[in-house]
Design a protein around this ligand. Structure first.
Ligand code: NAI
Length: 332
């Protein structure tokens, strides 16, 4: 049995990990609290530690884990910006992640958000439940024939582009590493960012957060978009300057915004704060616009993605017992 301390767990994490293939050979110790230098002692006796996006595996934390005899940090996500990798290497801690679990889950959520926002399904749902069957204020637009700008044509962006082609949209794409044969096959046209911003009725972001993509959508880039543009962000909150976005929403220049991620989501998303006063003024403002739709970083949350995350994470943890290699492509 491999003793494993799992931090920042929700009921769905526990359920999927406990039922993954081989999970019976892991002694799971599920914690609801996050990993940090303060909580690291809870890993005492564990050989592996399993963490998510908001756990803080900084040097101080990793030193405690290494001293406790932990051998492996298994991230049950793709991003690893919350792990001090040089520190992990110097302490001899192996770090693994799940590089791709379901690009379909995220691309489909981006399209679902756009449909909901455009056709005002969320407002209609509430109205009808109160026996208000009026249609006033629920006018949307046909996606058919519209121009969709896909920024970033990696695993998720390419699937989103193909879905939009299914709605007979014109799809423009921008990526420093264009995939030309894929674009030719699917009738997608690569253009530079300015051309994409100027021509798109809907812009969907599918780029990672890098120094050069931070605030990719700023006051300047927003001003280069078509008036009435709809923006979808399922990638990372810090790709958008929230203050500039709010200003563009107030003037009506931006027609609609669908977000699964938010610039300052840490400590807010994934938590039930329904009994508290929200301290984030920009998020409060965003939540008050009728043409803004927000989900709390749930684009990945499908049965398929959770199964894959649990399968890969469990398989890697079990390698500690057999001494075998971690799954291909998962080692950092
Ligand atoms: P990927 O690595 O397959 O593709 C990213 C693409 O962005 C690459 O083709 C890259 O060349 C391109 N890119 C980099 N810099 C760019 C720039 N300045 N302009 C245009 N394109 C640029 O990544 P994948 O798997 O498609 O994920 C995309 C994003 O989705 C990631 O940032 C990830 O954080 C986010 N994500 C969100 C989830 C959620 O639940 N909301 C779940 C999983 C991923």
């Amino acid at each position: 049995m491999v003793e494993t301390a799992v931090f920042d767990t929700k009921p769905y994490d526990r359920d999927y990990l406990a039922h993954a293939p081989g999970a019976e050979h892991v002694a799971w110790r599920f914690h609801e609290f996050r990993l940090s230098a303060e909580t690291a002692p809870a890993a005492k006796g564990a050989q592996a530690v399993c963490v998510f996006v908001n756990d803080q595996a900084d040097r101080a934390c990793l030193e405690i884990l290494a001293a406790l005899g932990v051998k492996l940090i298994a991230l049950r996500c793709a991003g690893f910006n919350n792990v001090d990798m040089p520190a992990a290497k110097s302490l001899g801690l192996a770090v693994v992640r799940v590089p791709a679990y379901s690009p379909h889950a995220v691309a489909e959520h981006a399209v679902a958000l756009l449909h909901t926002l455009n056709r005002k399904i969320h407002r209609a749902f509430n109205r009808v439940r109160e026996l208000n069957f009026s249609l006033s204020g629920l006018v949307g637009f046909d996606l058919h024939g519209k121009t969709i700008g896909i920024v970033g044509t990696g695993k998720i962006g390419r699937i989103a582009a193909q879905i939009f082609r299914g709605f007979v949209c014109e799809v423009l794409a921008h990526d420093p590493f264009p995939v030309l044969d894929w674009a030719a096959t699917h009738g997608v046209r690569y253009v530079d960012l300015d051309a994409l911003l100027a021509a798109s009725d809907v812009i969907s972001l599918h780029v990672p957060l890098l120094p050069e993509t931070r605030q990719l959508l700023s006051g300047q880039t927003l001003a280069r978009m078509k008036p009435g543009v709809f923006i979808v962000n399922t990638s990372r909150g810090k790709l958008i300057d929230t203050g500039a976005l709010i200003a563009a929403l107030k003037t009506g220049y931006v027609g609609g915004v669908a977000l699964d991620v938010y610039e300052e989501e840490e400590g807010i998303f994934f938590e039930d704060l329904s009994g508290q006063v929200l301290q984030d003024d920009e998020l409060s403002l965003l939540l008050n616009f009728p043409n803004v739709l927000i989900t709390a970083h749930q684009a990945f949350l499908t049965r398929e993605a959770l199964s894959e995350i649990a399968r890969v994470t469990t398989a890697n943890i079990l390698q500690l017992e057999t001494g075998g290699p971690f799954l291909a492509g998962t080692t950092l």
